[in-house]
Write a protein that binds this ligand. Structure first.
Ligand code: ADP
Ligand code: MG
Length: 736
């Protein structure tokens, strides 16, 4: 029976309700409600040394962005209020400034921009308080916290603190604060329940795992997170918690991967392929080392008799198509069909023509399956697919409709789909199996993506896939010249565009919005399309592309641009991934401070695909000029915008960019929506815990290799916890 907390001393009905809202119902829920931070008299980071560190950081940010930087972390300290003053500014607006001295000769200011009078009444001079928040440097180099979390320390706390105890600080929601629940309230509750609750905690990690890594057991870790006696206890406990979070997820991935790799049977294809050899010999360029490495990895997979399940990551223009094509030819020479799926019709069409072009002198039948084809044409194609006459089938997701019957589908390529999930892959596997006489034989699958993903994410998100990476760009590629410009420089940018267009090139001009907005002071594509067309470039041909157009309108516009019917394409971010417009050499992005870093990098990838020098121009607000030449010490939004723009100027390496982006935004935002399938981690930080993740991953995979069903006695607790966490019922989760 779980003990409900309303019976605990000091929790009345109102507080009980408040805790319920936070999901804190039973005593054991409190056990796992860990402190957000700690304050420690022996803390080596005093306010003085923090100020020094912050100053160094702001300086190093203005030097090189792409080198490692850490982003404002939380900081807590205990201090006494020594000054309190309500200031006025603007038209009768007020803010409160408290000066707080820590007990080691450092001080910080605490600012309340709103409810100044209220907070002024709340706190008194000489009071001892704890302050937790994100420190910043103000323009005088003083540490400043704005609206931090403040807790008053009573005499008992003070005594504890004075005697060198570490005090835990718990997170308090507005809801909890409303009921006057303080960090101390929670601390007292935890103290009450700890002795009896801790006894019920069973370790999820077996002894041999704890020993291997030197981690404390679960009971010890939980106790030390709430009431550490020294700093090292906290670190060790945290490491263990992080490990546990990622370890069980990696176990899941190991099980899934084993299922595909060792249980499914795949086609064993001979690597000898006359067609692949012939294409290879006819290429007008030499493959890069990375391309060759990846081709070998794919070839190994395809020979193995186990189905390939591989993700190929490579920046835009790194040459993934030719890798795919060579693998397709090998498959065809072994007597199997291949399907190539693109995300849009336009891209499918471009791939279709690229492939036709490469295979002009080959006796290989390539067909295209897209929407809008005449019934008779479509029927003919379907028959060719069913009879096996068609060797390569190019199309969109329509390729996988149930009415399409394949004849011996050996390899499926998915282009530009970095979010291709487990369930979708399972469907493809069964589709491929159905096409074979031996319905046990799964097809090979290669998913390609031009969205570089940091290593920590590919180890988790795509952990059940094998990952190949093309990092090296073809030699003949000139890097896109990237420059940040300010509003007042736009006229000269426009002149530059005109010069390039006169030379026969084309340009993209990208805006953050489709239409003018009342609320946002941002430029819109439709409005500026008119301006550019009528006022700035009356002599040039301008097209317009945005997300509110229908898909075929977008396709038509893109096609017209590709066919050079426009000199200039005014657009929002909808410009397609992967489309090849070699003649476009300029990418001008206005209000570029509003775009995400990965987004900017993707947009830049739309140019520079031909032999001419290409340019990416990032236009931004005039007043950013000031920040660019100064230490960065403004509010977070501006700082990260500037880090983004500077990173773009500094590097064109997609992987580097993705790592910076992950740090700036955190994994949730980085992946767009909350990524299905990735658990939420309380302790683990996907951006910075790379080493721990790979340690846990290696260990989890070893355990599954040794004990695939977790049946060994020593793995019993692990098995039980695993089932508790992942009981989805999907057969990929099944370890029985
Ligand atoms: P992506 O990886 O973005 O799909 P593509 O496969 O479309 O890139 O390749 C981009 C361009 O680079 C194509 O025109 C292709 O012919 C060319 N290419 C591919 N590999 C090489 C290479 N090793 N050397 C030179 N050019 C290459
Ligand atoms: Mg491509």
């Amino acid at each position: 029976m779980k003990k409900e907390i309303q019976y605990i001393k000091g929790i009345g009905p109102k507080r009980y309700e408040a805790f319920l809202k936070e999901g804190l119902k039973t005593a054991s829920d409190f056990l796992y409600y860990f402190p957000r931070d700690y304050i420690d008299r022996t803390n080596v980071t005093t306010l003085k040394s923090l100020a020094v560190k912050l100053r160094q950081e702001t300086e190093s940010i203005s030097q090189s962005i792409t080198e490692d930087f850490s982003f404002k972390l939380e900081f807590s300290f205990v201090g006494r209020i020594t000054e309190k003053k309500v200031h006025t500014f603007g038209r009768n607006r007020k803010f409160l400034k408290l000066t707080v001295n820590d007990l080691q000769n450092g001080y910080a200011e605490v600012i309340f921009w709103s409810y100044a009078d209220y907070y002024a009444k709340l706190y008194d001079i000489k009071e001892l308080i704890s302050v937790s928040g994100k420190p910043e440097l103000n323009r005088y180099g003083t540490i400043s916290f704005s609206h931090p979390e403040i807790q008053r320390l009573d005499s008992e706390d003070e005594k504890q603190f004075e005697t060198g105890k570490i005090l835990p600080i718990y997170k308090l929601s507005e809801n909890l604060k409303k009921y006057k629940i303080s960090s101390k309230t929670i601390r007292d509750i935890v103290q009450t329940i700890l002795p009896s609750e801790l006894k019920n905690v069973e370790d999820t990690l077996p002894d041999y795992v704890l020993k291997e890594f030197g981690y404390p057991n679960a009971q010890e870790a939980i106790k030390n997170l709430h009431f550490p006696s020294q700093k090292e206890d906290i670190d060790k406990a945290r490491q263990r918690m992080k490990f546990e979070e990622i370890f069980f997820f990696e176990l899941l991935l190991a099980i899934r991967k084993r299922k595909i790799k060792y249980i499914e049977k795949g086609l064993a294809l001979s690597p000898k392929s006359k067609s692949a050899r012939k294409l290879y010999n006819s290429l007008p360029f030499r493959l890069t080392k990375d391309q060759i490495k990846v081709i070998n990895e794919i070839s190994q997979d395809m020979q193995s008799g186990k189905p390939m399940n591989r993700l190929l990551q490579g920046d835009v223009g790194s040459g993934k198509t030719i890798v795919a094509l060579l693998s397709m030819l090998t498959t065809i020479d072994n007597g199997f069909q291949t399907a190539f799926m693109a995300p849009t019709e336009l891209l499918a069409e471009q791939h279709y023509h690229t492939i036709l072009n490469y295979l002009k002198d080959f006796d290989i039948s390539v067909v295209q399956l897209v929407g809008g084809q005449k019934k008779r044409v479509r029927q003919e194609i379907l028959e060719k697919i069913a009879s096996g006459e068609a060797n390569i089938i190019v199309g969109t997701h329509a390729l996988f409709e149930s009415e399409i019957l394949y004849k011996d589908l050996g390899l499926i390529i998915i282009d530009e789909q970095h979010r291709f999930g487990v369930a979708q892959r399972a469907e493809l596997i069964s589709l491929g199996k159905k096409s074979h006489d031996d319905e046990e034989l799964a097809p090979h699958i290669l998913v390609m993506s031009a969205t570089p993903i940091p290593r920590t994410l590919s180890m988790t998100l795509y952990g059940d896939l094998d990952v190949s990476i093309i990092r090296e760009m073809p030699k003949n590629r000139k890097p896109v010249k990237t420059k940040v410009v300010f509003e007042s420089q736009l006229p000269s940018v426009y002149s530059f565009i005109r010069v390039e267009v006169r030379k026969g090139r084309q340009a993209f001009v990208v805006y953050p919005l489709v239409e003018k907005s009342e609320k946002l002071d941002l430029k819109s594509a439709t409005e500026h399309y008119e301006k550019l067309k009528n006022d700035v470039f009356p002599d040039l041909r301008c097209g317009l592309l945005h997300g509110q157009m229908l898909w075929y309108e977008k396709d038509e516009t893109m096609k017209a641009f590709l066919e050079k019917q426009y000199d200039l394409l005014v657009a929002t971010t909808v410009i397609e991934v992967g489309i090849d417009i070699p003649n476009a050499t300029i990418m001008l992005i206005e209000n570029s401070e509003r775009f995400g870093l990965s987004q900017l990098h993707q947009l830049r990838g739309r140019v520079g695909r031909g032999s001419e020098q290409a340019y990416c121009i990032l236009a931004t607000k005039e007043n950013f000029k000031f920040h660019f030449n100064k230490k960065l010490q403004d509010e977070q939004d501006t700082v990260s915008a500037i880090i983004r723009l500077k990173s773009m100027e500094e590097t064109s390496d997609g992987f580097k960019i993705s790592e910076i982006d992950l740090k700036l935004r955190g994994p949730g935002d980085f992946l767009g929506t909350k990524q299905a399938g990735l658990p939420s981690f309380k302790f683990l930080n996907l951006a910075s815990d790379g080493d721990l993740i790979s340690k846990a991953r290696k260990f989890a995979f070893q355990i599954i290799a040794d004990d695939p069903h977790l049946r060994k006695v020593e793995n019993k607790a692990m098995r039980e916890n695993f089932i508790k966490q992942y009981k989805e019922g999907n057969h990929y989760f099944d370890i029985a």
